[in-house]
Design a binder for this molecule. Structure first.
Ligand SMILES: Cc1ncc(COP(=O)(O)O)c(C=O)c1O
Length: 461
């Protein structure tokens, strides 16, 4: 939290957090000696320091000071069954006893691939890697190789991991007018990547068509998240994803859906819910059962060059690609996440949204819980959020309120993403959902003085 949030309401919240998490504070001081800022993952860092979690059981987490939290972070949506699901634990234990990675082809990898292809209709053929970042990187490479063109279109505010080419407009420039200009948003990325990237605003088919009309000769593919995740939880408008598919066909460019965040929302991903078939898809997160895993795939003809025997093969390596233990954990996890469970936790997501919205209303706050299915996001202010630019403007205007609320929720036993994103896991029941809604109502009371001072526009008169 920035230093201007150090007075009154904010300092009470921070002090309470520090009193409750003494042991974490000590580890944070120690961590700073061997890691920059004591951190190794930007998204899970928050000030004054992140709580050190000691163990997880089902939908609960316990920190080093034995504080208990209902876990709505779920490692950024990737723990679909929460922690230590018995089937996943057994699968890991059994595989560990036979060797974690045998450095050779494995039956369980084939079974995992069959499972993915049977669930996602666009996945005719898949390949494995070890993260979502690699999956989008390789999907983009596959598109370039197939089309013989270099440029990729991404959305303003789209997040596809941490490889260089997608560090363009990860954050939208809320202050800019007109169409978003391509900008590198991470220092250390070579300017040359801008030559290979173009940027379109989400939910704007006209802007996308204009871009394709002028540049489609050099464009290999459009990559997009069906719902902008880190870009602010922006949902596609009715017909938008279908329109993108049509434009891709009209201008003869490939369409890549990055379903890394959204695959949990439908057995076949959001592409199944909206009836759009992309040419390539990237998936990751829960498919590894809590271990690192990414996969990319799609049309047979596009994926064919990854065959080692292909005359123009694209060599794709990775020491741990398709490793036995991750595949075993992923299989056990996916088997336990069928259509019924998908619907059940999506319904719990709706219940959480309703509960939060009642709390905002009762507190006279201009805020709204939004999101699809089992992933909930808070939008600050009134009105629909259609683009990453609008999401960022609303987020900026909320100043440190989301961070403060995140910390106060933790003080009351609710753990979410610091950006106030909540992911449901299958061990949750209505009890945990209603508890979270009640805690939200209490927490809003605590942060109200901060709002009066710093974000009065979010309070009704
Ligand atoms: C849509 C999307 N794409 C790509 C990634 C990157 O995945 P990973 O963190 O496994 O590299 C993420 C991670 O949150 C994501 O949400």
């Amino acid at each position: 939290m920035s230093s201007n949030v150090d007075e009154n309401a904010a300092s009470t919240v921070i002090e309470t957090f520090m009193q409750r998490t003494h042991a974490s504070g000590e580890w944070d001081a120690r961590a700073k000696k061997s890691m920059p800022g004591g951190d190794t993952r930007a998204a899970s860092y928050y000030t004054p320091y992140p709580a050190y979690m000691a163990r997880g059981e089902g939908c609960y987490l316990y920190d080093l000071d034995e504080n208990r939290y209902i876990d709505f972070l779920n490692n950024y949506t990737s723990l679909i069954h929460g922690h230590a699901h018995p089937a996943t634990v057994s699968a890991i234990q059994e595989q560990a006893a036979r060797g974690t990675v045998l450095g050779s082809a494995a039956e369980v990898t084939v079974e995992h691939a069959e499972m993915l292809c049977s669930r996602v209709s666009s996945l005719e053929s898949v390949r494995y890697c070890n993260s979502g970042t690699e999956a989008t990187h390789l999907a983009m490479r596959a598109a370039r190789a197939f089309t013989g063109k270099d440029t990729i279109v991404k959305m303003d505010g789209g997040y596809h991991g941490s490889h260089d080419y997608v560090q363009v407009n990860v954050q939208s420039d809320a202050a800019e007018d007109g169409l978003p200009r391509p900008r590198i948003t991470t220092r250390g990325v070579p300017a040359a990547v801008l030559e290979g990237m173009r940027v379109a605003p989400f939910n704007d088919l006209d802007a996308l068509e204009n871009l394709l009309r002028v540049h489609s000769d050099g464009i290999a593919a459009i990559i997009l998240e069906p719902v902008l995740g880190s870009g602010g939880g922006v949902e596609p408008e009715q017909g938008y994803l279908q329109g993108v598919r049509q434009l891709a066909d009209t201008y003869d460019v490939l369409l890549i859906f990055d379903e890394i965040l959204t695959f949990r929302l439908d057995v076949g991903g959001v592409q199944a819910s909206v009836g759009v078939t992309p040419d390539l898809t990237s998936v990751a997160k829960f498919i590894g059962g809590g271990l690192p895993l990414g996969a990319f795939g799609g049309r047979q003809d596009i994926m064919a060059p990854f065959a080692p025997t292909h005359p123009q093969t694209i060599p794709h390596n990775g020491t741990f690609n398709g490793n036995n233990i991750t595949m075993a954990a992923g299989m056990a996890t996916m088997k336990a996440y069928g259509a019924e469970e998908v619907v059940r936790i999506n319904d719990l997501g709706q219940r959480l949204k309703d509960g939060f919205n009642r709390a905002f209303q009762a507190a006279g706050m201009r805020a709204r819980a939004a999101g699809l299915g089992s992933i909930i996001r808070i939008h600050w202010g009134e009105g629909e959020i259609r683009t990453a630019r609008e999401a960022k403007a609303a987020q900026d205007a909320a100043r440190d309120l989301p961070k403060l609320l995140h910390l106060e929720l933790m003080n009351r036993g609710i753990f979410s993403a610091p950006r106030c994103q909540f992911a449901i896991s299958t061990p949750m029941t209505e009890r945990e959902i209603d508890a979270a809604a009640a805690v939200m109502a209490q927490s809003l009371d605590v942060v109200r003085p901060y709002m009066i001072e710093h974000t009065p526009h979010l309070l009704q008169d």
